[in-house]
Design a protein around this ligand. Structure first.
Ligand code: 2FM
Ligand code: ZN
Length: 553
């Protein structure tokens, strides 16, 4: 009987549709993609990776206005652009949908109605800042003024960058709307609230069941101690989002429909893959693991609101939520003036996506730590380790096999325990990927690469071949070296999928899977060598930084 297929569902946070992706986004996409690829290299598994763009909210409405296009037009263009950028970073997503979709609207209505029927929704009037010129309520980020504590000017509506005070925008002195420049007035408005506190007991149990990283559980404890509060889920027109059923000028807040967008992306994919079953994946009793990869800034929404929304609407819960830290560049926050605000596309115009994938893999772990992209370190690691230690094993050995042995690998391997030693690491490395300790996987792989280089250096095939151009010993040494390279390529394949494809082509083998660690390649003809990667030229980095200084954000 055929083995049962193990299915898994993975998502990465849906980027907003009001701008291009930058390298900060790519940290999460690459982390998720490496995990998914490592997972899919196992036998009898299926793993869907879903994403899409997050199309609602005031910034999207404002940005479209600025561009003098409709939000719908903007979302369609951005969705396409983001999808291309992600694909060009070799991130393999099964469906890149959008939250501004019929599928999402239907699911949002289902979730909202279920909660309304359970008494989890309340309505009451609140006071909010209102721009009398633009005729709209102002989200905090569109109000600036003087800090009520230290009087610093031009501070945002909720916190002061000078003294760190936090406050409500109504407390700012001499406030002004960043949209019109006029002073906002206070105005009453009726809002809808989700009673998150009704899920307090449920969430305190759920968040301690091993679905979250320890740092997240600790942070949540602080929030539980402060007590969960009701959550404002409505916004007044003008707004770009889904209208609340039965209302003329009130919309759901973007964060209500955003995570539901994960489900919508699934439903949309189902249109093309008819064999997918919604209940099997999203039903209350689903046995399929569901993993959400996200950035640390949106932990609150994913670990509290989202599980509560799902539970109350009788859907399944996430199996785990994995938060990653932020990207800094040369030790600092990305900044346009320093040329470190790097758009995904600008990077791709100057450097290979696999350099970044590899560099990030050497740094990513299972904790919520920020990671730094330091360009000197980046160049050094790619040039000395990736190219110098790994790629060179293949180029050296393959050239001997072609030049002296007609592309034929020897029928037997020479006396050596190295192959067993390297093969024995397969399961540990696979586990490191699946537990998101990519940095440890890289460390182990490069310890092995050092051993392989030492082996070749000790054997000196280039000297042996001079004495005897038909030396069986040289053929066997190079055959072993190529077998070792094949194993290292297998171990690096989740990180370097394009290089793996080229290696599979020149080794003349089917796509590498974890199981291949137990086999060897002997009495086999290899194909012409394909250059796998070249060193980073420092000029390319300079050009990238220069282009980033001039790119529009
Ligand atoms: O923070 C953000 O970029 C959001 N657009 C993420 C949404 S994730 C999910 F909930 F849709
Ligand atoms: Zn202040």
């Amino acid at each position: 009987m055929a083995d049962k297929i193990k299915k898994t569902l993975v998502t990465y946070a849906l980027p907003y549709a009001n701008g291009s992706l930058h390298l900060g986004h790519m940290v999460g996409f690459i982390q998720t993609d490496i995990w998914v690829r490592a997972y899919k290299m196992q036998p009898n598994v299926e793993c869907l990776f879903l994403c899409g763009c997050d199309g609602h909210g005031t910034p999207i409405m404002i940005q479209a206005e600025k561009l003098q296009i409709t939000p719908e037009e903007m979302i369609a263009a951005v969705q396409k652009e983001q999808n291309l950028d992600i694909g060009d970073f070799l991130v393999e997503i099964d469906n890149y949908h959008t939250t501004h979709s019929a599928e999402n609207q239907e699911l949002v209505t289902t979730v909202f109605t279920a909660h309304a029927n359970k008494g989890n929704i309340s309505k009451h009037t609140i006071k909010q800042a209102f721009d009398p010129l633009k005729n709209m309520f102002l989200p905090d980020r569109y109000i600036k003024g003087e800090c009520p504590r230290c009087q610093a000017k031009d501070q945002y509506g909720d916190n002061c960058e000078t003294c760190g005070a936090t406050y409500s925008p109504l407390e700012l002195k001499n406030p002004y709307s960043t949209l019109s420049g006029v002073a906002p007035i206070e105005k009453d408005s009726l809002h809808y609230f989700f009673k998150l506190q009704n899920y307090s007991t449920f969430l305190q149990t759920w968040t301690r069941q091993g679905s979250l990283q320890t740092q997240v559980t600790n942070k949540l404890d602080e929030w539980f101690t402060m007590g969960l509060k009701e959550w404002d889920i409505s916004r007044d027109a003008p707004y770009f989002g889904f209208k609340i059923p039965g209302e003329d000028s009130k919309y759901f807040y973007v964060w209500l429909d955003a995570p539901i967008g994960y489900m919508a992306s699934f439903v949309n994919l189902k249109e093309n893959l008819k064999n997918l079953n919604f209940d099997e994946y999203w039903g209350k009793n689903s046995e399929i693991p569901l993993y959400h990869f996200i950035g640390k800034d949106i932990m609150y929404f994913h670990t509290l609101f989202w599980p509560a929304l799902l539970a109350g609407a009788d859907f399944r819960l996430p199996t785990a939520i994995f938060c990653h830290g932020f990207l800094t560049i040369d030790g600092q926050k990305m900044s346009k003036s320093r040329g470190t605000f790097i758009k995904a596309r600008t990077y791709l115009e100057h450097l290979s996506p696999e350099y970044l994938r590899y560099y990030l893999a050497t740094k990513l772990n299972d904790r919520i730590e920020d990671l730094d992209l330091n360009f000197d370190d980046f160049t050094q690691r790619v040039n000395s380790d990736l190219i110098g230690k790994f790629v060179n094993i293949a180029s050296r050995s393959a050239s001997f096999i072609h030049k002296y042995f007609n592309g034929e690998l020897s029928a037997q391997l020479p006396e050596s325990t190295l192959l067993q030693e390297v093969a024995a690491k397969a399961s540990t490395i696979q586990e490191k990927y699946l537990s998101r300790e990519f940095n440890q996987a890289m460390r182990q792989i490069f310890i092995l690469a050092d051993l392989v280089n030492q082996y070749v250096d000790t054997k000196k095939p280039w000297t042996l071949i001079k004495d005897n151009p038909e030396s069986l010993e040289v053929q066997q040494i190079c055959t072993l070296a190529l077998n070792l390279f094949r194993l290292l390529m297998l171990y690096l394949k989740p990180v370097l999928p394009s290089m793996a494809k080229k290696a599979e082509a020149f080794l003349n083998i089917p796509p590498l899977q974890w199981n291949d660690a137990t086999t060897t390649l002997v009495a086999h003809t290899i194909a012409p060598f394909q250059p796998l990667a070249t060193r980073i030229d420092k000029e390319c980095i300079k050009a990238l930084q220069e282009a980033s200084r001039h790119a529009t954000v």
